[in-house]
Design a protein around this ligand. Structure first.
Ligand code: ADP
Ligand code: ADP
Length: 232
């Protein structure tokens, strides 16, 4: 479970202070699929970066699975991030001259898994996104939707509890966007908690829970249905 209480995040440059998050409160339970919407510049990316331990914050309390992450060291924070969190971005961020299997392996090598474990995770992850037969292809040989599925496989190979997605369908046409959304829904149903930022109203409408961020604050909850038991 993820719990943010009164989080503030201020970006400071020479003359301006930007309050990207102000008294930000949000609780996400195990197994939820939360879709985050809101105007450009409202703090959505900042929220995801703070939630994913990519950035710190100025004030407030953030508990991730009961651990107060504001009080842990940078090393511990990186360890928690690697172990618990997977990221997906609008731009896929694949390395063009590594094949699909090698792309998925990069973070697994970094984490020190042996070759047998890396192979198991790569094959399982590509299987999950329906690209098992293409492990030797290079990213530029795939469509945008397929590339995003590889990026999702790379995140899944870390076996994360939380998947954080920043506009994962932003570069895709509506058919591919829907396919990526269906894949994320399947992943969620298999147990991974997902938080996704999107501008796509169709995707927001089909969300189990829609959180709106306006001016650095959570301002609204709509169409929230407890469609499954939420524990922890
Ligand atoms: P969104 O994702 O909703 O478009 P962001 O979280 O990217 O919003 O940005 C929220 C606010 O914080 C904006 O005013 C943005 O300009 C500012 N901001 C984001 N990142 C930085 C940064 N690294 N330095 C200074 N200001 C930033
Ligand atoms: P998005 O709208 O998809 O959230 P942006 O284009 O706002 O993305 O921001 C892209 C990157 O630039 C982010 O990493 C954000 O932190 C950074 N950024 C945004 N606004 C500023 C700013 N005013 N000063 C410095 N960095 C910024």
């Amino acid at each position: 479970m993820l719990s943010m209480k009164n989080i503030s995040k201020v970006y400071q440059s020479e003359l301006v202070e930007t309050h990207a998050l102000r008294e930000f409160n949000l609780q996400v339970s195990e197994g939820e699929f939360v879709v985050v919407t809101g105007p450009s510049g409202s703090g959505k990316t900042t929220f995801l970066n703070v939630a994913g331990l990519l950035e710190g914050f100025s004030q407030g309390e953030y508990l991730l699975d009961g651990v107060d992450v504001s009080s842990v060291s940078d090393n511990e924070s990186a360890r928690i991030r690697n172990e618990k969190i997977g990221f997906i971005f609008q731009g896929f961020n694949l390395i063009p001259d590594l094949n699909l299997a090698e792309n998925i392996e990069v973070p697994l090598r970094y984490r020190g898994f042996d070759s047998k474990e890396r192979k198991r995770r790569v094959e399982q992850a590509l299987e999950q996104v329906g690209l098992a037969s293409r492990l030797k292809h290079l990213p530029p040989q795939l469509s945008g939707g397929q590339q995003q599925r590889v990026a999702i496989a790379r995140a899944l190979a870390g076996e994360p509890r939380f998947l954080l997605a920043d506009e994962p369908t932003g570069n895709l046409d509506s058919l591919m966007a829907r396919q990526v959304m269906e894949l994320l829904e399947n992943i969620n149903q298999a147990g991974t908690t997902i938080i996704m930022v999107t501008h796509d109203p169709e995707l927001a409408r089909r969300a189990q829970r829609n959180v709106q961020i306006v001016d650095g604050q959570v301002c609204d909850f709509t169409s929230y249905q407890k469609s499954r038991s939420t524990t922890s």
